[in-house]
Design a protein around this ligand. Structure first.
Ligand SMILES: *Cc1c(COP(=O)(O)O)cnc(C)c1O
Length: 379
């Protein structure tokens, strides 16, 4: 089955008791047993819920994986993966990634005895010097947030496979419509389904997808033991969002392309970070591993002052000033003070994320209105 068909049908069966075409929101905490231990596969809703199960199955299909597991947020899914590790273990993580991932690594798991190496992964071989017997996990995000750098997933996987190190790829920015990391050799795919999968800025949700049965059992044990599970209503919203992922992503990509090129031609704009430019350093890898370049981009102004950036950030009328991304509506954001404020300033600057960088999540509105809005804001 092709992805567009899977997005609408995978994992979802008509409800066995009524024939309802949409998976009902099973708003229940427990399930009646006919005698102790005799039940229909559902005992208690932290461990199993039919709405969640339908979503987990759908997510597994669309990421070309065998198993899906859902969590109450993207960071709860991150937390579950890190709980596979024990004190003394080491992780190699990208040096340019979601601020909340950096925060949970450095503020929660470093204290619990896990060691992190933050490495520029634009050249996959750069991780090699950091690998030793304690290395258990490599954590990559591509395209990266917010600088849109590209990491070669297959090249990383070639290194991690040989050493039996787990490779987890945060696929939030690309979505499975544009990129399927398990096909490229990753062991775990992570999503903040809050973003493109949900797609309507109305739910907080996270998920993991994997192929290995034993890894699934370990992560399922963590999911039910630690309990960061999503409610059935949230699962329903993500299931509903998935059904239009392909049509939304096509528009995100075409609007994104038009805006990236328009920004580049604007005399007041400095650098534009978008992985679809032919002269982007990651273009060749992006063209190989992605099916489109998406609607995420960042830019600076020629006047590289924070004041000038602030003026643009507070003057857009269609682009809403807000954290988050991947919804139908366009958002504008100041990473240094918003999404990436949890990364220490020196660390940020060292990795190229300056104080005047502006990030856009291009939505699916009419592109002429979006360009007109940016034009009046940039002035
Ligand atoms: C938002 C985001 C997360 C965290 O997800 P939440 O749903 O907000 O907990 C992780 N990774 C990336 C790339 C994100 O954009």
């Amino acid at each position: 089955m092709k992805l567009s068909t899977k997005l609408i049908h995978a994992g979802v069966e008509p409800d066995p008791s009524t024939g309802a075409i949409m998976t009902p929101i099973y708003q229940t905490s427990t399930y009646v047993q006919s005698s102790p231990g005799v039940h229909k596969g559902y005992e208690y809703a932290r461990s199993q819920n039919p709405t969640r199960k339908a979503l987990e199955s759908a997510l597994a299909h669309i990421e070309n994986g065998k198993h899906g597991l859902c969590f109450s947020s993207g960071v709860a899914a991150t937390d579950a993966v890190l709980r596979l590790l024990v004190p003394g273990d080491e992780v190699i993580a990208a040096n340019d990634m979601y601020g909340g991932t950096y925060r949970i690594f450095t503020k929660i798991f470093e204290r619990a005895g896990i060691k992190f190496h933050f490495v520029n992964m634009q050249d996959a071989a750069a991780i090699k010097p950091y690998i030793n017997d304690k290395t258990k996990l490599v954590w990559a995000e591509t395209p990266t947030n917010p600088l849109m750098n590209i990491v070669d997933i297959a090249a990383l996987a070639a290194i991690t496979r040989e050493r039996k190190i787990l490779l987890c790829v945060d696929n939030t920015f690309a979505s499975p419509y544009l990129q399927t990391p398990l096909d490229l050799g990753a062991d775990i795919v992570l999503h903040s389904a809050t973003k493109y999968l949900g797609g309507h800025s109305d739910v907080i949700h996270g998920c993991l997808v994997m192929n290995d049965d034993e890894l699934r059992e370990r992560l399922y044990f963590i999911q039910k033991s630690c309990g960061a599970v999503p409610g059935p209503q949230d699962c329903f919203l993500v299931l509903r969002g998935l059904k239009t992922l392909h049509v939304r992503m096509d528009r995100h990509c075409s609007n994104g392309e038009a805006i990236a090129h328009w920004l580049r031609k604007n005399p007041k704009v400095g650098q534009v970070y978008w992985c679809g430019f032919k002269d982007h350093p990651g273009y060749a890898v992006a063209s190989k591993q992605m099916r489109g370049f998406g609607g995420m981009m960042s830019f600076t102004l020629k006047d590289d002052s924070v004041d000038a950036a602030m003026k643009v950030l507070s003057s857009t009328k269609v682009f809403a000033l807000a954290e988050s991304l991947g919804g139908v509506e366009s958002l504008i954001n100041h990473p240094a003070s918003m999404t990436h404020a949890s990364i220490p300033r020196e660390e940020r600057i060292k990795n190229g994320l300056g104080d005047s960088l502006i990030r856009l999540s291009v939505g699916i509105e009419d592109v002429e209105d979006l360009i007109e809005d940016l034009n009046q804001a940039i002035g």
